[in-house]
Design a protein around this ligand. Structure first.
Ligand code: PLP
Length: 431
């Protein structure tokens, strides 16, 4: 298995190169040269296998020999050493809870897998790798935690001051010495712009071996397939599920669609979006609207140009007609999101976070028209978004015991003006 650039099939890389560089040199995304078809025996016997065995079998063809089996087995086991329960909310809708990892968001899986792969690839290298990442909240925490203490790798996180929740800020700023949090006097887009410019800066490249840790990196994107197999282990109905994914950059749902292409039974996929509805519009009209980003209460999905959508189109040979057979989308306003959180809490006693609530609405609307049953991906713990959750349910969300200790630790961040020059100057003189 190799990977080719979505801009040019002649630009290829193996898993190692694709992981280390993140993006193809022509700015395309790496896409697998072929999607493996899993043996029917494996697909039929999922409930008898361990999570580790499934994850190892699913990811092994993608790693394609660049990591020895024993090392890969260890990496996979460490990546998924927590629970992924499928919890029924009512007769037709369940929630696949992906928030039982160390930072309470689904991004833990991708970040843990990628950090360990990069640590392995860098073992024989004496230049330190610097992971540069901008975050609106969840990515930074997962990446910080995933890379904490990884030999030969340092992580520099840029986050918008005052724009992340208290739990998120602690997760960003209380990690080990190889994790550095820069608190930028600006918004997420400013942080993102600084990181993008840094990747184009030859002075920085001369001094650093830079890489990115967002979902365009194959090592963060592909292990997200695991969730859908773990859900299948717990799915009890004869008919395959409709799966609804709260989507921002579309990495998670794209991984699910890859799993489906490998043979996993899925009736239909729904991409649930908030006011940032570019893909919803595209699926309706065939025209990709040019829009800016709108701030919402499901802020991890505030993405105007979802980067992984090109991979989805690639999977369907750029045929929108073929894609529509498997994928629908919905757009849900903040107002409706809050009312869904309120209603699901009062009717079923289940607390959704805003991202899960957007998905609940999209899934229940779909099932009302089309019948069937399904699950949504509950991508973050409600405690990460306390304001809207408390507003909707009237209940305080208790801080889970697993993260209570970090709430006591002092925050360690470096204040940074909203200026690329200032950031670059700091980077050039810090070591
Ligand atoms: C990142 C994130 C999403 C969006 O996932 P994509 O893979 O970017 O589509 C949804 N919900 C939460 C809580 C997230 O952190």
């Amino acid at each position: 298995m190799t990977y080719y650039s979505t801009n040019n099939k002649n630009i290829t890389a193996d898993f190692r190169q694709a992981t280390i560089t993140g993006q193809a040199p022509d700015k395309g995304l790496y896409y697998p040269s072929d999607i493996p078809v899993l043996p029917q025996a494996l697909l039929n016997g999922l409930s008898e296998l361990s999570k580790e065995e499934i994850a190892f079998t699913v990811i092994r063809p993608y790693v394609a020999g660049t990591i020895p089996d024993d090392v890969l087995h260890k990496i996979v086991s460490e990546t998924i050493n927590f629970n992924f329960p499928l919890i029924p909310i009512n007769e037709t809708i369940s929630a696949l809870e992906l928030f039982h990892g160390p930072t309470l968001a689904f991004k833990d899986v991708g970040a843990r897998f990628m950090s360990r792969c990069l640590g392995y690839f860098n073992g024989s290298n004496n230049q330190k790798v610097t992971v540069l990442v901008a975050t609106s909240g969840d990515t930074g925490g997962a990446v910080a935690n995933g890379f904490e203490g990884v030999e030969g790798v340092e992580v520099i996180i840029l986050y918008p001051s005052g724009k992340v929740s208290p739990v998120q800020e602690k997760q960003l700023t209380t990690c080990g010495d190889n994790i550095i949090a820069l608190e930028v006097d600006g918004v997420f887009d400013d942080c993102q712009a600084m990181v993008k410019q840094a990747f184009l800066d030859s002075d920085l490249h001369a001094q650093y071996q830079l890489t990115s840790a967002n979902s365009i990196n194959v090592a963060r994107w592909l292990p997200q397939q695991f969730y859908y197999f773990f859900a299948a282990q717990q799915w009890r109905l004869d008919e395959a599920p409709v799966i609804c994914v709260p989507s921002g950059n579309f990495g998670n749902i794209c991984a699910g669609m890859v799993a489906h292409k490998s043979g996993l039974p899925v009736k239909h996929f729904i991409a649930a979006c908030n006011a940032n509805d570019t893909i919803y519009q595209y699926l309706q009209t065939g025209i990709m609207p040019e829009k800016g980003t709108t701030s919402t209460i499901s802020n991890a999905m505030d993405v105007a140009k979802p980067s992984n959508f090109v991979r989805i189109m690639e999977m369907y040979n750029n045929s929108l007609r073929d894609l529509l057979v498997n994928l629908s989308a919905a757009a849900v306003s903040d107002e409706v999101t809050l009312s869904v959180m309120r209603e699901v809490y009062s009717t079923y006693g289940y607390t959704l976070d805003p991202h899960g609530a957007v998905a609940y609405k999209a899934l229940s609307d779909y099932l009302k028209i089309n019948g069937g049953a399904g699950y949504l991906l509950e991508t973050a713990h409600p405690v990460k978004f306390p304001e809207p959750v408390e507003q909707a349910t009237g209940q305080q969300v208790p801080i889970p015991a697993t993260i209570a200790p970090i709430m006591q630790l002092p925050k360690r961040s470096i204040a940074m003006a909203n200026s690329y020059i200032g950031f670059k100057d700091w980077m050039m003189h810090r070591r």
